[in-house]
Design a protein around this ligand. Structure first.
Ligand SMILES: [Zn+2]
Length: 351
């Protein structure tokens, strides 16, 4: 995730804002891409499609090399042309970056960022293979966690005799949480595979939606809100704000700095809510909550220390995506414990 994933993005984005926002002025301009040699390389590549031994076929327009490409019916389609142009730009940037980084390395210089990103080595279509793969594993962890939660509340735990609904009051809310989490990790994995305008917006929007929703959920659970009317009172202002914010990002301006502030506030509030609650509650699984909250805080350190990719693959961000895998497992384990705990409490009360 780029926008705001789970816990660790808070400080990563804070670091991104401070470093990129203030020092360089814009997210798109990094040390690597302001280098005149890199710029010349990209410009030349756009017109010729040649960088050293590499040939970027996407950059060679059908008009230039006769009728061979132009003879295909789709070669003149506007969408196809746009797709070609997009690939030409990404490929040129990639090969010029590889070339520049090779030169820098031979002079003993450390890697620099290009267009806001570290120089990653591509694997097939994957721009950031490790982050993309780990996002997929996170998605899988949420799926299996949710599945076992689903089986627990529907088949293992008793249901209310009159309504046939679960005793646990937060069942539906966790189902929505699972869907939003899987959606966010899905787009995160797509975004790390291919960073274009569309995938970036989908990733940011999904991350904001998940974060906003989990804020609502954290407040409802920690304040023990069970009554529908009160739940609506809690949720409505947050939902309204998050919806407006997502529309703003997509249709007005993808303002990284402002989005970061929004994400930080939403994350800090929910982490505090869970942390304070874990401190005062007598919940039998509060230690799991503690580990998730502290583990999340430790994972943030990874994001704070934004180091370049080791061997071209493992940067701080990808390690953060790795750290959320065990935390997600523990998190769903806590949710299941909570369902069992609430169910047994309510049954005891009913007797
Ligand atoms: Zn990510």
């Amino acid at each position: 995730m780029a926008g705001c994933g789970g816990g660790g993005w808070v400080f990563r984005l804070a670091a991104v804002l401070v470093v990129v926002g203030f020092v360089l002025g814009s997210v798109d301009a990094s040390l690597g891409d302001v280098d005149p040699q890199y710029r010349t390389c990209v410009e030349e590549c756009h017109t010729t499609g040649i960088i050293g031994e590499n040939i970027v076929t996407h950059c060679q327009s059908p008009g230039n090399d006769g009728t061979s490409v132009g003879s295909y019916w789709y070669a003149q389609e506007p969408l196809y042309m746009e797709w070609k142009q997009l690939n030409c730009r990404t490929d040129c940037r990639y090969y010029c970056m590889v070339q520049r980084e090779g030169e820098r390395q031979s002079r003993g210089l450390s890697p620099v960022k290009y267009h806001g990103k570290w120089p990653f080595i591509r694997v097939s279509v994957f721009q950031e293979p490790l982050s993309a793969a780990l996002s997929a594993v996170n998605l899988l962890m949420h799926f299996t966690g949710w599945l076992s939660f689903f089986l627990l509340v529907n088949y293992k735990l008793p249901v209310r005799p009159q309504t046939k609904r679960t005793y646990y009051e937060y069942t539906g809310l966790w189902h929505i949480y699972a869907i939003l989490s899987m959606n966010a990790w899905f787009w995160s994995s797509i975004f790390h595979t291919r960073d274009i305008d569309l995938t970036e917006k989908l990733d940011y929007s999904s991350a904001v939606a998940l974060l906003g929703y989990s804020l609502i959920l954290s407040l409802l659970r920690t304040f023990n809100v069970k009554d529908e009317a009160t739940r609506v009172m809690f949720a409505a202002p947050i939902l309204a704000f998050v919806t407006t914010h997502i529309l703003y990002l997509n249709f007005y301006e993808l303002d990284y700095g402002w989005n970061m502030k929004v994400c930080v506030v939403m994350a800090v509030v929910q982490l505090l809510a869970w942390a304070i609650w874990a401190g005062v509650t007598r919940h039998p699984s509060r230690f799991k909550l503690w580990v998730v909250v502290f583990g999340g805080a430790l994972a943030m350190l990874l994001e704070l220390y934004d180091f370049p990719p080791y061997k071209g693959y493992a940067d701080a961000h990808s390690l953060w995506h790795a750290s959320t895998i065990p935390l997600t497992y523990l998190w769903w384990s806590f949710i299941k414990d909570d369902a069992e705990f609430r169910t047994s409490t309510l049954i005891k009360k009913a007797k």
